[in-house]
Unconditional design. Structure first.
Length: 110
């Protein structure tokens, strides 16, 4: 699935945590881009509904990197049950594909 580009979603406690995780993933060339979106969330946690402010981290990568990204996030994320999700991208512009290939895994994507 090396040629399957994906969009990853990760909720983070705050901007600082999102930046720390994004920087680590960028430095390892596991992602090519990170975007930070402030969000409000409501969710179940330990038997109660909780309201909170979080930062949604959107990242571009390839499907093959999911396990490596998850392992790196596990080292850096403050939540014991962080939510990392990925969707395959069915269409990516040709110039964006070239840019992604050049910047993920040190340009080692076939």
């Amino acid at each position: 699935m090396i040629d399957v580009f994906s969009e990853l979603f990760l909720t983070c406690e705050d901007r600082a945590e999102a930046e720390k995780i994004a920087q680590a993933l960028l430095e390892r060339h596991l992602i090519a881009c990170a975007k930070f979106i402030p969000i409000e969330a409501r969710y179940w946690w330990k038997g109660e509904i909780v309201d909170g402010k979080e930062v949604l981290l959107l990242m571009e990568s390839v499907a093959d990197n999911f396990d490596k990204i998850e392992a790196e996030v596990a080292k850096l994320h403050s939540c014991e049950a962080f939510v990392l999700q990925a969707l395959p991208l069915t269409h990516v512009s040709k110039r964006a594909q070239a840019w992604l290939k050049d910047n993920i895994n040190g340009g080692k994507i076939d």
